[in-house]
Ligand binder design. Structure first.
Ligand code: AMP
Length: 279
């Protein structure tokens, strides 16, 4: 496994890569969720590239960029075991040199949900992912369903800008009790870790209501909110029932719905979602 930081050196190594290239962009502090993406990339491609870059431009000024957990040595050991070929770990100075002034803005689907609560977040995400795609030139890029809106934004960017790659979505990997794996789970105290189950419980409740035939989005939302509000450590950011592609809020859940939520547990902001479809 080659580990490269300099953009020019990475591009050189990329030139020498054979066959299809599967790419998994990450911010490091890897967990089983990331490794599911890596395994999928490994199964589908001759060459696997993983990037580790905590992207400063997607964090708001009051967010956790400085505190975001980092453990490169452990990450590299995990990636080595998965048979990754190339790891790209650029520095913020190389990715955003002085005078950097070009940004990718995906409109509309970024107005809601995470976009509404984190102004500028998706501009940072789309820009860094576009840069990484240009550097890595992947055949396929792998993203987690855990960040459902991010997946919608990236797919839209790839389609709108005619980028030459396939976007593959991978289901959310969860702890045995249902909590979605996230690098930010490390922030949770044991008490908060218990409280964090409110997200999954509320999603399971939505699934149950859906399977009983409920299609009134407001009713489902209200029941989810009251379940979460019973947890004293939980503070709701949003509970949304939206169209899986346009992300517009639904009144009637119809054939399929993306149920997503953001909840603060103590100081930690967690997100999760499920897609409901069929009967
Ligand atoms: P991050 O390092 O948080 O930026 O995540 C890198 C990639 O891993 C993104 O495509 C995420 O959606 C994906 N990811 C994060 N957590 C999970 C999870 N629990 N299951 C599946 N994919 C995940």
């Amino acid at each position: 496994m080659k580990v490269l930081s300099a953009i020019a050196e990475f591009k050189q190594a990329r030139q020498e890569a054979v066959g299809s290239v599967g790419f998994v962009p990450t911010m490091g502090y890897l967990h089983e969720g990331h490794l599911c993406l890596v395994r999928r990339a490994r199964a589908d491609n001759e060459t696997v590239v993983v990037s580790i870059f905590v992207n400063p431009t997607q964090f708001g000024p009051a967010e956790d960029f400085a505190q975001y957990p980092r453990d490169t040595e452990r990450d590299l050991a995990l990636l080595g075991k998965e048979g990754v070929d190339l790891v790209f770990m650029p520095t913020p100075e190389d990715m955003y040199p002085e005078g950097f002034s070009s940004w990718v803005d995906v409109e509309k689907v970024t107005d809601r949900l995470e976009g509404a609560f984190r102004p500028g977040h998706f501009r940072g995400v789309a820009t860094v992912v576009a840069k990484l795609f240009n550097i890595v030139q992947p055949t396929r890029a792998y993203f987690g369903q855990k960040d459902a809106q991010q997946a919608v934004v990236i797919k839209k960017m790839v389609a709108d800008l005619n980028m030459n790659l396939e976007v593959v979505l991978v289901p959310t990997e969860r702890e045995p009790d249902g909590l979605a794996m996230s690098s930010r789970n490390v922030y949770l105290s044991p008490e908060e870790r218990q409280a964090a189950l409110a997200l999954w419980k509320s999603l399971k409740l939505a699934e149950q209501l859906w399977s009983q035939g409920e299609r009134d989005a407001e009713k489902v939302r209200q029941q989810m909110m009251s379940l979460i509000q019973k947890e004293p450590l939980a503070n709701i950011g949003y509970v949304s029932i939206a169209h899986p592609e346009t992300l517009e809020e639904l009144i009637d859940m119809g054939q399929s719905a993306l149920v997503s939520l953001a909840v603060r547990i103590g100081k930690t902001r967690l997100i999760d979602n499920i897609t409901l479809e069929g009967n």
